[in-house]
Design a protein around this ligand. Structure first.
Ligand code: HEC
Length: 129
């Protein structure tokens, strides 16, 4: 993470989710958009604007932050639903350890629609590649 500015703006970017079916206020535990082409497209751009600077372009980690393709690794998670739950906990709460922000919380910054769109995009990135 030596040069975090290399992969885009450090300020969280708003994501246009107007093309996606709205999800309402209740948090889903499983991705309602899995495999949806529009969600994948929106998620690709949202990932690049908000996550790539730490987790790597095209979801290939440089090694310092977790490689998020492991969300698709059957050795790590029982199934996609379990990985979805872990993903949502992290993206909403971030990672704050002893007061240090390793990853900022995205709840209140990204909509639930944007979060699941990002999850849909990560789903397309195969761990074996
Ligand atoms: C400022 C850097 C930074 C940004 C931006 C960031 N993350 Fe993270 N993320 C981290 C770090 C560091 C960890 C590991 C934290 C830990 O050790 O508990 C992490 C952990 C995670 C995890 C848990 C992975 C695991 O294997 O435990 C997920 C899921 C995740 N991030 C998703 C995202 C998504 C999606 C975005 C964009 C919306 C994002 N992160 C943006 C730094 C970042």
């Amino acid at each position: 993470m030596a040069d975090i500015s290399a992969h885009g703006n450090v300020t969280p970017q708003a994501v246009d989710v107007s093309e996606l079916p709205p999800l309402g206020d209740e948090w889903r535990t499983e991705n309602p958009y899995r495999g949806d082409e529009t969600a994948i497209k929106v998620g690709d751009s949202a990932y690049n604007q908000n996550c790539a600077r730490c987790h790597g372009l095209e979801v290939i980690s440089g090694g310092i932050t977790p490689d998020l393709r492991k969300l698709n690794d059957p050795d790590e998670f029982f199934d996609a639903a379990e990985a979805d739950e872990w993903f949502m906990t992290r993206i909403r709460k971030g990672a704050v350890i002893d007061g240090r922000v390793y990853m900022p919380p995205f709840e209140g910054i990204l909509s639930q629609e944007a979060m699941w769109a990002i999850r849909s995009y990560i789903d397309t990135r195969n761990f074996e590649e």
